[in-house]
Design a protein around this ligand. Structure first.
Ligand SMILES: [Fe+2]
Length: 216
């Protein structure tokens, strides 16, 4: 590409890719590990019935944000980046609320079908990922050339196929990796096979309160 070349791709919902600090990854993992010791709390805070997937354990962890605001600060920094870089006319946001915040502990055979979230912006970050080297090796023969789907990946889908632009984007979970996206953007999680390994992520929905909310 020459220096004067610019390629504009304005017709797509944005997906921000960032990183949550290892300090916060460790803190929230410990929080959930402790919660897991209290079977009654896990039962009381079961978020599975509200969610789309067939997942071993999904737990409401909103209380973590009340105990520690450094994670909130990190998330808000990325939210600002997303707003600043993707809106044609940035919304006049007065306040943001994280309405829901939950953990997803996925084991072999679990999956999340194509679904969307509520609110304005959603996010997911990963705090444990299974070692799927052996599964990847076995799956090799199934891949269509240049289509890099692998077990446990997250897929985002939007629109249909058009020449010059895609209709799907896949990301591989890594510990600390954060993905932030418009809540309406459809996504799905592929299953993996190993029933002993956990793929752990935390997801949330953010809603905007606008300055001019009552103006119309
Ligand atoms: Fe989701």
């Amino acid at each position: 590409m020459t220096q004067s070349t610019k390629i504009h791709t304005p017709f797509s919902p944005p997906i921000l890719e960032g990183w949550i600090s290892m300090e916060n990854v460790d803190k929230i993992n410990k929080y959930l590990d402790n919660l897991n010791k209290d079977k009654q709390k896990i039962k009381d805070q079961d978020n599975g019935p509200h969610l789309a997937g067939d997942i071993t354990q999904e737990t409401d962890v909103h209380d973590f944000l009340n105990q520690d605001n450094t994670l909130m600060e990190e998330l808000m920094g990325y939210l600002k980046d997303l707003i600043d870089h993707s809106y044609v006319n940035p919304p006049n946001v007065k306040k943001v609320n994280i309405g829901q915040f939950w953990s997803v502990s996925q084991y072999g055979g679990d999956y999340n079908p194509l679904h969307m979230h509520s609110g304005d912006v959603s996010f997911v970050f990963y705090t444990k990922v299974p070692d799927l080297t052996k599964e990847y090796e076995k799956e090799k023969h199934r891949y269509i050339k240049n289509k890099k789907f692998q077990s446990g990946d997250i897929l985002f889908a939007y629109g249909g196929y058009t020449p010059f632009s895609g209709y799907q984007r896949i990301f591989k979970p890594e510990v600390g990796k954060l993905l932030m996206f418009p809540a309406y953007l459809g996504h799905a999680v592929y299953p993996f096979k190993d029933k002993k390994q956990e793929r752990r992520s935390f997801s949330g929905n953010i809603s905007f309160e606008l300055f001019d909310k009552n103006a119309i």
